[in-house]
Design a protein around this ligand. Sequence first.
Ligand SMILES: [Zn+2]
Ligand SMILES: [Zn+2]
Ligand SMILES: [Zn+2]
Length: 105
Amino acid sequence: MLCVKPYKCGQCDYATVERSHLKVHIRIHTGEKPFKCTYCEYSTAQNSTLKIHLKRHHDSASSVSLECTSCGQLFAEKSQLLHHKQMHNQDAKNGNTETFETARL
Ligand SMILES: [Zn+2]
Ligand SMILES: [Zn+2]
Ligand SMILES: [Zn+2]
C-alpha cells in the first residue's frame, strides 16, 4: 500500500493523490479553459498558465501609464481612459472648474 494514487485519469497514465489535481489535469483532455485573459482572447485550463501569459504579454501593457493626467485614476484599457477623459472635458465646458474656483475665493 505504498504510493497509492487513488485518482486516476481515464484517458492517460496520470494518477494523483489529490482529487483537485485530477480535475485540473482532465481539462487537458476536455479542452475546458475556464481561465480567460482580461486583455485578449487567450484562455487556458490552468490558473498558473494564465499568470504566465499575463506576465509575458501584458505586464508591460499594465505598467504603461494608462493614467488620467487630470485626476490620476488608473485604467486597464486605453478606451476606458479616453472615455474618462471626455468626462473631464465636459466638466470644463460646463464651467464647473470656474464656479469651483470662485466658490473657494
Ligand atoms: Zn490524462
Ligand atoms: Zn492576454
Ligand atoms: Zn480623471
